[in-house]
Design a protein around this ligand. Structure first.
Ligand code: PLP
Ligand code: COI
Length: 351
């Protein structure tokens, strides 16, 4: 193990941030000559690759993100929505001309890693073990075609706050000079290239003291799509007549599991949830019907939006406190991930 790797590992604690510290093990498998090897448990340490490994030239790579939480009222560790991640990983692989994993391998790998590194699942409220499965092309070749060799790895990172600013309400920067995804592209799968193409916009957001990019539709820059690493919800109206709205899954946004979870939890509370296009203009309208905005994703959880700034110079303060529905759904999300609210079948694996 290199010194760098060693010093970056940690025991569970506070002030973890996101993705800077890693648990002790990695699960791995390789795909060569048309077949996957079995899974191996390895120490977390640097890997060796050919300088010609295809991923470094053509970016053929996909990943997933899921979390293991300590249950509030038992000794169990709960892995949230792993089966959904396995299905999305398969979809991403197919879109990127990568081989599917054998049935059950994704879940076996996740279960095995959480089992061997269970001591590193943090217990402080707001913390969890973030699990990162990844697959990438490592055939040594500069030929421009799908690779014939791949590595599958699952690593994990004890985390708390996703946002580097440490803010609990986030500021978002709406982009109209870059786009994230267009119909027929890769916006609805989790390939690494989606994030690479978004880094310039993220840097722009950071320069404007914003936590996240708010992506708009590619054609007109008129409709809200999603945040850089989260889906988007708005609340229209208030009180009895409040409606929750999120953009439809029309091929350019990532079908988030937190989005799906929020829709289910909102339904349980009897809230109206609409999946329909959201006009940026309505969201920015101070006197308009949009009363709350929140982002949601595995890494970030449910994150209320404080302010939206656009690259055309418009700004709206949504609120200095989380709105009532946002707060309710954020609390429900924490409760269901920590075993305090009944999950749907298939949502939780217990370790
Ligand atoms: N949208 C993007 C672009 C993301 O990267 C993520 C995070 O994975 C999400 C949405 C939310 O997805 P999920 O809730 O499955 O984590
Ligand atoms: C997640 O929420 O799991 C993500 O993958 C988003 C981001 C960290 C890339």
């Amino acid at each position: 193990m290199t010194e760098r790797t060693q010093t970056r590992q940690t025991q569970a604690g506070t002030g973890l941030g996101f993705g800077a510290l890693f648990s002790k093990h990695v699960i791995s498998a390789r795909y060569v000559a048309g077949a996957w090897s079995g899974l191996e448990v390895r120490d977390f340490e640097d890997l060796r690759f050919s300088p010609a490994a295809m991923v470094m030239h053509y970016g053929q790579a996909i990943f997933e993100g899921l979390k293991a939480f300590r249950a509030t009222d038992s000794d169990e560790v709960l892995i949230f929505r792993a089966a959904d991640c396995a299905r999305r990983f398969d979809r991403s692989a197919a879109r990127m001309a990568m081989p599917p994993l054998p049935a059950g391998m994704f879940l076996d790998a996740v279960r095995t890693l959480v089992g061997v590194d269970v001591a590193e699942v943090p217990s402080v409220p707001g913390s969890s073990l973030y699990i990162r499965p990844v697959m990438f092309a490592d055939e040594p070749s500069l030929a421009v075609r799908p690779s014939t060799e791949f590595s599958f790895l699952v690593l994990a990172s004890p985390v708390d706050s996703f946002f580097a600013s440490g803010r609990t309400m986030i500021d978002a920067y709406a982009q109209s000079s870059h786009i994230r995804a267009a119909l027929g592209g890769t916006g609805d799968v989790k390939c690494s290239g989606n994030y690479a193409g978004a880094m310039a916009a993220k840097a722009d957001a950071q320069r404007h003291d914003c936590d996240e990019v708010l992506w708009l539709d590619a054609r007109e820059h008129h409709y809200v799509e999603e945040f850089g690493a989260m889906n988007c919800f708005v609340v229209r109206g208030s009180g009895e007549r409040a409606e929750l709205i999120t953009p439809p899954l029309a091929g350019t946004i990532l079908p988030g599991h937190t989005r799906a979870t929020v829709i289910t939890l909102a339904g349980r509370r009897g809230l109206t949830v609409l999946q329909e296009p959201i006009e940026l203009g309505q969201v920015l309208d101070d006197g308009g019907p949009v009363s709350e905005v929140f982002a949601c994703g595995t890494a970030a959880g449910v994150a209320p939006v404080h302010r939206i700034l656009t690259d055309t110079g418009r700004e709206r303060i949504i609120g200095d406190q989380p709105g009532p529905l946002t707060a309710q759904l954020a609390a429900d999300y924490v409760a269901v991930t920590h075993g305090q609210l009944e999950p749907e079948p298939d949502w939780i694996i217990r370790i």
